[in-house]
Design a protein around this ligand. Sequence first.
Ligand code: SF4
Ligand code: SF4
Length: 92
Amino acid sequence: MKRMRLEDILINNVWDVDYEPHIVVDSEKCVECDTKPCINLCPAGCFTLLGDKIVFSYEGCLECGTCRVICPRGAVSWNYPVSGKGIHYRFG
Ligand code: SF4
Ligand code: SF4
């Protein structure tokens, strides 16, 4: 069986991005986080390092919940987007 690339899977989705972020990151807690696993484990690449600061962008979030589970500092306040917002199946 051929392994699908993430890009090929995501092409079936569309985003209706809310103005209000459904995930909020406490960047003060990120300063003390040595390993910063969110950078490598968020499948959507929502966490990036700019200098020594974490920059979080919620717009492309896949709502997988990984950042909530793996954050060792409890810096991620996580909610689903309000109804009708966020990621949707393109043909559904
Ligand atoms: S894992 Fe949590 S505390 Fe560490 S950098 Fe990411 S969001 Fe911040
Ligand atoms: S819920 Fe998943 S896709 Fe969204 S920011 Fe967290 S790890 Fe990334």
